[in-house]
Design a protein around this ligand. Structure first.
Ligand code: ADP
Ligand code: MG
Length: 239
């Protein structure tokens, strides 16, 4: 990756966002834990995929591999056509920062920084000049309906607002892919519905979306749904 790179080069439409071949992860130990059994999966640009399974089934393990946070113990994983296995940690971090946005159940915001600063922090290392970072952070906050909350700090925001800040932070680097791990797990039903509506809108605008959930109602919103149980992935084929 070139020094001072800002946004990733656009990838041709027909190159899958993610292509997994025989990917598996076994955690060492006695006995070892087969957290993900070997699977093949292709995620195309514009897909809206949900993965549903009970606690301990391997959902976060899948997300951590898809998001280049963990390395599989076997198989190959291509992100935007790039084989990620042979890359150094710094190269993986660069790809992660420019091409993947993360949204977690517990928001992961800095509690005493404004929402604007929280979103800007996502661009700290990608070489975007400060003035442009401010503009882009404001745009992203506007996109999630927080244009009037740029100076608010998370400690004074509702759960739904915090998750919107986290979504703005995930979007601001213009990623190929948004990975969401239980994005509504800490929200009441009404707020959860609003956040899911926002994710649907972002998908309609063109982002590729993977939502991990234990909630079948959340899973039902995907165009494609996979179940996972004891580390085994199965795609549900709908007519
Ligand atoms: P989920 O997100 O579906 O609740 P996880 O992917 O977190 O499930 O975990 C899948 C399995 O792998 C579980 O049995 C869990 O205990 C185990 N596991 C997760 N992380 C580790 C780790 N770092 N070391 C050993 N076992 C782990
Ligand atoms: Mg989990």
């Amino acid at each position: 990756m070139s020094k001072g790179a800002t946004d990733a080069e656009p990838t041709p439409e027909d190159v899958p966002v993610l292509d997994f071949r025989g990917v598996a992860l076994t955690y060492p130990g006695t006995p070892p834990v087969e957290a993900l059994r070997p699977f093949d999966l292709t995620i195309r640009r514009g897909d809206h995929l949900t993965i549903v399974g009970p606690s301990g089934s391997g959902k976060s393990t899948f997300l951590n591999i898809a998001g280049l946070l963990d390395r599989p113990s076997g198989g190959t994983c291509l992100l935007d056509g790039i084989d990620t296995a042979g890359l150094r940690e710094s190269e993986r971090a660069g790809l992660r920062g420019s091409r993947i946005g993360f949204v977690f159940q517990s928001f992961h915001l800095l509690p005493h920084r404004s929402s604007l600063e929280n979103v800007m922090l996502a661009m700290t290392y990608n070489g975007v000049p400060r003035a442009e970072r401010v503009t882009r952070a404001r745009e992203a906050l506007g996109r999630v309906g927080l244009g009037n909350r740029v100076d608010a700090v998370p400690t004074r925001m509702s759960g739904g607002e915090r998750q919107r800040v986290a979504i703005a932070r995930a979007l601001v680097s213009r990623p190929s892919l948004l990975l969401c791990d239980e994005p509504t797990g800490n929200l009441d039903t009404t707020t959860a519905e609003q956040i899911l509506g926002l994710l649907d809108e972002l998908h309609t605008d063109g982002i590729t979306l993977i939502v991990i959930t234990h909630d079948p109602a959340v899973a039902a919103r995907g165009r494609r749904t996979l179940t996972i149980r004891d580390g085994l992935l199965h795609e549900l084929i709908t007519a």
